[in-house]
Design a protein around this ligand. Structure first.
Ligand code: ADP
Length: 463
């Protein structure tokens, strides 16, 4: 870039113009004063002084042009040029923010200083049950007084606030994060769904309350008998045998509870770590069934194992899968009457999606509930295990709740059969870890069948 270019065209023009003007002014001043002198209007001294003043004025005008730096001249020229060109209009703030707010994966909205809705994404419209009327008064749509008060404070002060509030649907909760919006007095509201966190907290609190209640009941009974044996029945040795028997039963109940609680917590702890061992589910199921023969015999119940020649391979935790069969078959024995029979059967399905029809729809007219939907792909081959009894059956209204911790149908039957209400919850968690499914079908006065299914893998190559 040469000097002329660097200075810009207008800078050069200014100097040339002023130099020319200086010449004209000086010449004009001398001529005017010469004319005045010639007409004897002024003396030679005045003529000389006048000339000096006018020439120095013209000189000052010229020198002034030198103080206009090339850079300033260039800037002025650029400014003038820019002013001459039509300036592109900036889009309104709402238009530029709208795509951003719409693309957010959580509810978000901006409210104008006049408290009318400016922008909202679909999720926010749904949470506040707003309709697509951009002039909507948001303060009328917020039904929670605390939230409304916080919202108005943020609009006034511009200081951010957070507040949790209940959603329209049962048990739903939201955390509103409110900040000053893009204009003074406007508010940006972002909502965080806290429903799952609150539910988990509630479940934990319920679990603790239930566990302590379940443990306290037998403990209170044991403590009561000890008190009696040390006090009023101190010398009634004949009564002691009866007391000791009840104390033994209660301590056994506590032992079962603690064992089940530990099992549950261990399984929950490892639920998100997939098992990695290949096992033969056919062998495991028949050995688990056989191990229950003595208990079945004690209850005068017969176990039939529908033996299969096929070896079903799965990736599983052998101890946990054994627990599944034992819990289901143990319940079948427990809830059967003497002389009853239970059947343990196995089979395979072309896909996981087809398995429930094969293993869970065998009792005519039965009611059914899926207690766990599998996480595994619906397209992979499946193997299933079904445990069926011919006991009293379970009323349809209870079926969907089986598998909840501490849920016992038997409570309503007067608690005649001992149990913890944790056996089916353990089965459900184990099957979740194995990406399997779990269902029940039952008909009162006919019987109950529980079934589990999981991905089947090709058999191990022969050694
Ligand atoms: P529990 O220790 O009480 O047996 P579970 O979690 O194993 O706890 O079972 C929950 C409830 O489901 C039981 O209390 C019982 O009422 C019902 N139940 C489970 N299996 C059967 C079955 N085979 N027949 C009838 N009712 C059953």
């Amino acid at each position: 870039m040469n000097e002329a270019e660097r200075r810009g065209p207008h800078a050069g023009e200014t100097h040339a113009t002023r130099r020319r003007d200086f010449g004209i002014l000086t010449f004009g001043a001398i001529m005017v004063l010469a004319l005045l002198a010639a007409t004897s209007t002024v003396g030679i001294l005045e003529w000389l002084m006048g000339s000096l003043v006018m020439i120095s004025g013209a000189l000052a005008y010229y020198v002034g042009s030198q103080t206009i730096t090339p850079a300033a001249a260039a800037a002025a020229a650029a400014e003038a040029e820019a002013a001459a060109e039509p300036r592109p209009q900036a889009p309104p703030l709402e238009t530029s923010l709208n795509p951003l707010i719409q693309s957010l994966p959580f509810p978000a909205l901006i409210v104008n200083p006049d408290q009318r809705l400016s922008i909202a994404n679909e999720m926010a419209m749904e949470v506040f049950r707003l309709n697509r009327d951009s002039g909507l008064l948001v303060t009328a749509a917020i039904r929670q007084p605390d939230l409304l008060a916080a919202f108005i404070r943020v609009a006034k002060t511009g200081a951010g606030e957070q507040l949790e509030f209940s959603g329209h649907s049962e048990g739903q909760s939201w955390m509103a994060h409110m900040h000053q919006g893009p204009r003074a007095g406007s508010v940006l509201v972002i909502l965080e769904d806290t429903t799952a966190v609150r539910r988990a907290e509630q479940a934990r609190a319920d679990f603790l309350a239930n566990a302590s209640h379940e443990l306290r009941t037998p403990l209170t009974a044991i403590a009561g008998f000890i008190e009696t044996m040390r006090g009023p029945a101190r010398n009634d040795k004949a009564a002691w045998d009866g007391f000791l028997e009840i104390m033994y039963q209660q301590s056994e109940r506590m032992k079962r509870l603690v064992t089940d609680l530990l099992s549950l917590s261990r399984i929950e702890f490892s639920e998100y770590r997939s098992p990695s061992t290949r096992i033969d589910l056919t062998v495991l199921t028949s050995s688990a069934g056989l191990s229950l023969q003595p208990i079945a015999a004690e209850s005068q119940v017969r176990i039939f194992l529908n033996e299969t020649d096929t070896s079903y391979s799965v990736i599983a935790d052998a101890y946990e899968m054994q627990q599944v069969v034992q819990n289901l078959a143990g319940n079948a024995i427990k809830y059967s009457s003497p002389g009853g029979t239970i059947t343990i059967s196995m089979g395979q399905s072309r896909t996981m999606a087809e398995a429930p029809a094969a293993c869970g729809r065998q009792i005519d007219g039965a009611f059914r509930a899926t207690l766990l939907a599998p996480r595994a792909s619906a397209e992979v081959p499946a193997v299933w295990i079904r445990v069926e009894d011919h006991g009293d059956g379970i009323a349809a209204r209870h079926l969907p709740r089986l598998g909840e911790r501490f849920y016992r149908v038997d409570e309503s039957r007067g608690g005649r059969i001992e149990g913890t209400g944790l056996g089916l919850a353990i089965v459900k968690h184990i099957m979740a870890r194995h990406r399997g499914g779990f269902m029940v079908e039952s008909l009162e006065q006919t019987g109950t069948a529980f079934a589990v299914w999981m991905p089947l893998i090709p058999p191990a190559p022969a050694e």
